[in-house]
Design a binder for this molecule. Sequence first.
Ligand code: ATP
Ligand code: MG
Length: 293
Amino acid sequence: MDTPLARELADLSSRRRALRDVKVTFGGEPRIFTVSNQKGGVGKTTSAVNLASALAELGAQVLVVDLDPQGNASTALGVTHSADTSSIYNVLIDDLPFAEIVQPSPESPNLFCAPSTIHLAGAEIELVSQVAREFRLRRALETYLRESPKDIVIIDCPPSLGLLTINAFTAASEVMIPIQCEYYALEGLSQLLGSIQMIQKHLNPELHLSTILLTMYDGRTRLAQQVADEVRTHFPEQVLDAVIPRSVRVSEAPSFGQTVIAYDGSSAGAVAYREAAVEIARRAPHDAQKKEN
Ligand code: ATP
Ligand code: MG
């Protein structure tokens, strides 16, 4: 039967088949992303953990750094982050080595998480009086990566532009901005771009906006289409072709301590995140990647 639903399902199964044949390779210097947007609830954490899991599935060694006191990324990756857990707070404030806080995610042998705990809520203030307060994450991460190399590091930021986010901006070279395909999507974006420029100028010349991911897309609304078109017009290089649909499976996965990749890897949301991960891997700034089949 040729109904829109039938077409959608046929499309999804052909996309799944295409993903099965994908080959990407990793190697060289680690790529460090910070997932930032000072707007709350736009899909930062969801994108950080699902892309991390999808990249791990593709064979990358991946570390997620949970820099949000809410600890949502730690929850979704199934790692312990109760108040007495050693966490990124201890790295930033007490100089605890990264290696002592990193936990494997039960989801994949390639996937690791540096958890956050509720103590991180105080770090924003405590960092103010620390030496090299903008570079604490960068230094700790550099030391760790020399001993435990990773292909990809993804830092999940809180929805603010405070010292935690600044630490992420100095540690990373690539900024990824998830944009929700809804009203006011672009509001605050110029402030974020301004902050990135300030960081580039004063703290980290390597930092650049490499990736924009359109999230919570509802193809039935004209508004979603308009937002997507507008973002693509402004940022043709950065916007990924893959678009993450609004999907119940995506939103219910964290309550099982899982990403949607593990929870329902063939659902539309998981397929979209897996496609986004392939694009990110292929945009690697090293020339080792290749496409086969
Ligand atoms: P915060 O600013 O609070 O850190 P955030 O930007 O990290 O938020 P998320 O926590 O990833 O945003 O997402 C906000 C809410 O939207 C969550 O309840 C999440 O489950 C839901 N959500 C995210 N992406 C999708 C999607 N594609 N489909 C349906 N729900 C989604
Ligand atoms: Mg979040």
